[in-house]
Write a protein that binds this ligand. Structure first.
Ligand SMILES: Cc1cc2nc3c(=O)[nH]c(=O)nc-3n(C[C@H](O)[C@H](O)[C@H](O)COP(=O)(O)OP(=O)(O)OC[C@H]3O[C@@H](n4cnc5c(N)ncnc54)[C@H](O)[C@@H]3O)c2cc1C
Length: 278
């Protein structure tokens, strides 16, 4: 059965009866391979509450079925620059017009481009079911390679970003085997805020495609906080700051190359954040 609900209530009620959620289909269909679709499919792309970006005084809410092309072109505070840059790197424009932010998070690929920029924004996800709505920090939602804490009856209805560092510049750097339409070998999102005295008020750095789930480099963030916001900042990044990563060898790159490339990407991302501060 193929259902196309237009309200979140209809969608959650349908899902309570069982079935699979479909949004843009850009991960859903490739994952099937040559197998046919079985069971009930609930296409959420017409659900009004799941689309669009809303602003409040202390947060921004992005509907789960918002396509990447809308995020790429939205007018958003500066701290979202990394997310908007990542949106422009998801496949190509045709993919970005269909593919959604919730699909990227629920598919939970280690190489999902949306995750590192949302981790540095301290994003949370809202999960709606026929029994209510719950909210989880994104860092706790994705728990492994293609594993999340979403229950089978839940729809990721929105991504909520608190506006604590809205004027801080943020950067997203993606390394692939070619420039466009490529899955990441490694990617880095970084955000630096000025404490008002020329020092780092907050540093947030996340790395994707180098462990089962993208992760923040918390020790590096601590070491950078309070440092002078000057040219020498990126030279403070050491290999030991990447110790929590667990890159793998695969068809795209070796683990050693990923680690090496990540060190360079983190340093470049910090340099680019500094440039953007000026
Ligand atoms: C050619 C091509 C290139 C690509 N390039 C990139 C790339 O560069 N970077 C990248 O990160 N990804 C890439 N992708 C993967 C994909 O486009 C993204 O992950 C995209 O954001 C998935 O969104 P979707 O709406 O298409 O999800 P779908 O395929 O519809 O769904 C994906 C999964 O999430 C679940 N789901 C979807 N929406 C919800 C919801 N609201 N609530 C609960 N569960 C939900 C589905 O049940 C399914 O399990 C590419 C895909 C293709 C085909």
């Amino acid at each position: 059965m193929f259902l196309r609900p237009t309200t979140l209530r209809e969608a959650t009620q349908a899902l309570a009866e069982g079935g699979q959620v479909l949004a843009g289909g850009t991960d859903f269909f490739p994952a099937l391979g040559t197998r046919p679709v079985t069971g009930t499919v609930i296409d959420v792309s017409l659900v009004g509450e799941l689309r669009g970006i809303d602003f409040a005084s202390d947060h921004v809410r992005i509907g789960g079925a918002t396509p990447w092309s809308k995020i790429a072109t939205a007018t958003l505070p500066r701290c979202f620059d990394a997310l908007r840059a990542a949106a422009r790197e998801v496949g190509a424009v045709q993919v970005q017009n269909r593919a959604t932010i919730a699909g990227n998070l629920c598919n939970a690929s280690p190489a999902a481009d949306g995750v590192p920029p949302l981790l540095i924004l301290d994003a949370e996800v809202e999960l709606a079911s026929s029994s209510g709505v719950r909210r989880l920090p994104l860092k706790d939602f994705i728990v492994g390679n293609r594993k999340t804490r979403r229950r089978a009856d839940e729809i990721l209805s929105s991504v909520v970003v608190p506006l604590s560092l809205q004027d801080a510049p943020s950067i997203f750097l993606k390394l692939g085997a070619r420039r466009y339409l490529v899955i990441s070998i490694a990617m880095v999102a970084a955000l630096l805020s000025d404490d008002g005295n020329g020092r780092v008020g907050a540093a947030r750095i996340a790395v994707g495609a180098c462990s089962a789930t993208a992760q923040r480099l918390l020790e590096l963030e601590r070491d950078l906080t309070g440092q002078s916001l000057g040219r020498g900042l990126s030279s403070l990044v050491r290999n030991s700051h990447l110790a929590s990563l667990a890159p793998i060898d695969d068809v795209r790159a070796t683990a050693a190359y990923r680690r090496d490339a990540t060190l360079t990407l983190v340093r470049r991302a910090l340099d680019a954040c500094l440039e953007a501060q000026l």
